[in-house]
Design a protein. Structure first.
Length: 112
């Protein structure tokens, strides 16, 4: 997928989707109840942002995030918190509106 380019009367700004995926991964890791990201591919094992997909355009970002949640927590509450924090942080960092954040809970794990 190509990078995002926002054109204004003063010029253009290009933001890499990999950078936005890194912001999503970093913020998700800080959320209570998230144990880690679920790796969706072989490349995902090499990159920390393997469970993140950022789409959309300058009119609205769409994020798909695959997470592993700590066992025993309310999955809906954890997902809602992750969704809210990701949307806030992406809007703050990029200045772009966030159309959707889809949180997929792939697994639960007991943490010691």
């Amino acid at each position: 997928m190509p990078d995002l380019t926002i054109v204004s009367p003063r010029g253009a700004v290009t933001i890499g989707r990999d950078l936005l995926a890194e912001v999503v991964a970093e913020e998700a890791a800080r959320c209570y109840g998230v144990v880690g990201l679920a790796r969706r591919s072989r490349v995902g094992r090499l990159l920390r942002r393997g469970g993140v997909r950022v789409g959309g355009d300058g009119d609205g970002l769409r994020v798909e995030l695959h997470v592993i949640v700590e066992y025993g927590l309310n999955l809906a509450e954890v997902a809602a918190t992750v969704r809210s924090r990701i949307a806030y942080e992406l809007e703050r960092v990029s200045g772009l509106p966030v159309a959707s954040v889809e949180v997929v809970v792939d697994d639960v794990r007991v943490t010691v």
